[in-house]
Design a protein around this ligand. Structure first.
Ligand SMILES: [Mn+2]
Length: 280
């Protein structure tokens, strides 16, 4: 029987983008939805993004590295280094999510795998955020060598590997000619190439698998109201609002730009706020 599957990844707390994608996919006769990780942070949405994915009966959830950033802060697994501007950035955004996200969703996030396998009409499909054993790092950037992508195929019987994390819509092959697909990012697309980066639309993909095999891969882009998303972030008092604006409108993230983050932390008193919130 024909199956049409929506592939969603890297929402990063962007409610307006996820709503637009769901409005689009609800017109596409979708049978199933698989989510590939990074649901929260640095955008303002928390419970709402879980509810939206539940409403479309998402059957696969993968845990991304940003989801882990939140869990690390929330579970105090890793001590915050207050002299590390990037740690303060992640820490304060993690605190924001912890204050808003219901306990059942926090527990759900904790329980998620970083990779899984699905069978559809005889095809074996590997689903992961990044590598099967590591949901972070640069191993699978679009420009990486094919040998890196071979690692997604832990068994020779795997036909297709689908991953997220690098925020690029992609289709390529392993050295054994197995198929690799990336649906791009719903909430935070970016390109190093300027003209492509000007396109700020939300990205996702639809797979159609029939009795013969993979009939179609449809990479989709959906326009949404960036200003509305920024307004929502402001209303919800999201920390680092200016940086979120840059992510949305310019496709530029400053997660590891210590010099800039240090300036912003000083300007807004974020180190002190985080110390207060964490009783340190
Ligand atoms: Mn991501």
């Amino acid at each position: 029987m024909k199956q049409r599957i929506a592939l969603l990844s890297d929402v990063h707390g962007n409610l307006t983008a996820l709503k637009a994608v769901i409005a689009d996919l609800s017109q596409q006769a979708i049978d199933d939805c698989w989510f590939l990780g990074d649901l929260v942070m640095p955008g303002p949405a928390t419970n709402e993004v879980f509810e939206l994915l539940e409403n479309i009966n998402t059957s696969v959830y993968i845990r991304g590295n940003w989801d882990d950033c939140f869990l690390d802060v929330q579970q105090k697994k890793v001590g915050i280094h207050f002299d590390d501007p990037s740690d303060v950035y992640i820490g304060l955004l993690g605190q924001y999510v912890a204050e808003h996200l219901k306990v059942n969703y926090q527990n759900k996030l904790k329980s998620l795998p970083i990779h899984t396998t699905k069978q559809v009409n005889g095809l074996t499909i590997n689903l992961s955020h990044n590598l099967n054993t590591l949901n972070s790092g640069p191993a699978l950037l679009a420009e990486e060598a094919t040998s890196h992508f071979d690692e997604l195929f832990s068994t020779p019987t795997t036909d297709i590997a689908i991953y997220g994390h690098v925020h690029h819509q992609m289709l390529r092959y392993s050295s054994q000619d197995q198929l690799v697909i990336n649906p791009g990012s719903v909430g935070q697309p970016f390109f190093k190439h300027g003209r492509l980066n000007d396109d700020r639309r939300a990205q996702y993909a639809i797979l159609e698998i029939d009795d013969t095999g993979l009939a179609e891969v449809n990479f989709r882009k959906v326009a949404y109201d960036l200003t509305q998303e920024l307004k929502l972030a402001k209303e919800l008092a999201l920390p680092y609002l200016n940086l979120y604006q840059e992510i949305l409108f310019d496709g530029v993230a400053h997660t590891h730009d210590d010099e800039l983050l240090d300036k912003v932390n000083q300007q807004y008193g974020y180190v002190e706020r985080l110390k207060q919130l964490t009783n340190q």
